[in-house]
Design a protein around this ligand. Structure first.
Ligand SMILES: CSCC[C@H](NC(C)=O)C(=O)O
Ligand SMILES: [Zn+2]
Ligand SMILES: [Zn+2]
Length: 408
């Protein structure tokens, strides 16, 4: 059987090497412009930072005064360890499976070019094939640099005048595959707190009993955070009151990820640094947490330096009173998906949207699928991609048909 045109377009998108640290954004932008032309969408591109394009494709609704729907995806992908891949990561090879399906192997297949491509194909179906008109305007937003924090991409975009003009009411962004049956729907995220503790101390010959060294000032700090980690691990392992298992999003994790000191084996080092990657669950008082870390550092004669500190814990309402959630939930059920609501364990561009006041849900419609984002041999099944188009066609039509507030 011949390959479906949508699959060929997906393969074309996967072959564009938008891999960090030198993504080919120019080729990606050309591809998206071509898609916009084929679909008859309004197209514009803006580089808030040179060489880092934010690309927007818009489908005006019949009631453009109503808040719009944003379909967000990032165009960059993470680096590969090519020697561990069984297929070249930027060839998007289509490999037949025993059950008559195909696996498409490529970096970005799950994270998150499948989502961006499904958005485009869903609009193609609704607008070009079915000649539908939806009430709300739909914007497909393709942003750079999510994989390195999004500062030059989504952050700049949400702070721009152009973003305000979109008048966004609701957004969809990336989620994560689920090896289980249900669709994982992320309504919030844990906040990154990347902290470095730096201490200075006495130096001298390595053969002596030197007091007040930099390293020994860090030891109680490390000990404190390791005990905190252990306590959170116990919470994580304890079922919720209803008996269900907790997820990572329910707790705060802390991992020691950096440790630097020393110049030579027999010289007591003058300075030492330990770094932690902490992810705070939204229930935490972030400002107090930060003050506690600063106090911990001060108590032991060190300094706390925050490399990343996200201080907003806005979550998206998944209450039936939120009409966008109600429409989403109903449509997803009609598509045959069960829903599992979660806090995303890491950080995505959704945090910028939520902080800017735009409710966002993180979804990647891959169920009964291994979690392969950032892993070797990342792939999606062709059937999953095709089902994803059905999914977004239904969801986008429903979200863009949510009635606006009556002007009373
Ligand atoms: C603080 S910016 C880092 C962003 C990255 N996002 C993902 C999804 O891996 C992370 O959470 O580590
Ligand atoms: Zn991603
Ligand atoms: Zn990623």
């Amino acid at each position: 059987m011949s390959i479906q045109p949508s699959v060929l377009r997906f393969i074309e998108y996967l072959r564009i090497k938008t891999v960090q640290p030198e993504p080919d954004y120019a080729a990606c932008t050309r591809f998206l412009e071509q898609q916009a032309n084929e679909l008859g969408l309004i197209y514009w591109v803006k580089e808030y930072v040179a060489g880092k394009p934010v690309v927007v494709l818009s489908w005006p609704g019949t009631s453009p005064e109503q808040g719009s729907i944003i379909l967000n995806s990032h165009t960059d992908v993470v680096p590969v360890f090519e020697e561990f891949w069984h297929y070249p990561p930027f060839d998007a090879e289509r490999v037949a499976t025993d059950d008559g399906d195909y696996k498409i192997y490529a970096r970005g297949a799950q994270d998150m070019k499948i989502v961006g491509m499904c958005y485009l194909e869903a609009i193609r179906r609704l607008k070009v094939e079915e000649k539908r008109r939806l009430e709300r305007t739909v914007h497909l937003v393709f942003v750079p640099d999510e994989e390195i924090g999004g500062r030059d991409g989504m952050q700049m975009f949400v702070e721009s005048a152009e973003f305000g003009v979109l008048n966004a009411a609701f957004a969809l962004d990336e989620g994560m595959a689920n090896p289980g049956d249900a669709l994982r729907v992320f309504y919030g995220e844990r906040a990154p707190c990347w902290v470095k503790f730096v201490a200075h101390g006495n130096t001298g010959h390595g053969s002596q009993f030197i007091e007040g060294t930099a390293a020994e000032k860090l030891l109680p700090i490390i000990d404190h955070l390791m005990q905190f980690r252990q306590a959170q691990l116990q919470v994580f392992k304890t079922p919720r009151e209803d008996g269900s298992a907790r997820t990572l999003g329910d707790v705060t994790t802390a991992n020691l990820t950096l440790l630097q000191s020393g110049v030579q084996q027999n010289v007591v080092p003058e300075s030492a640094m330990v770094g932690f990657d902490i992810r705070m669950t939204p229930a935490v008082d972030y400002a107090q947490f930060k003050r506690d870390l600063e106090a911990l550092a001060a108590k032991h004669g060190a300094e706390a330096e925050f490399v990343q500190f996200w201080d907003d814990n806005t979550i998206t309402s998944t209450d039936a009173a939120n009409p966008f959630w109600a429409a989403f939930e109903l449509t997803v059920a009609a598509q045959g998906f069960g829903v599992f609501k979660e806090i995303f364990p890491a950080a995505t561009d959704s945090r910028y949207l939520r902080r800017a006041g735009v409710p966002a849900l993180g979804v990647t419609p891959l169920c009964n699928a291994p979690i392969l984002l950032h892993d070797h041999d990342e792939f999606v099944k062709e059937s999953e991609f095709l089902r994803g188009i059905d999914f977004y066609a239904a969801v986008v039509a429903a979200l863009a048909s949510v009635p606006g507030q009556s002007a009373t």
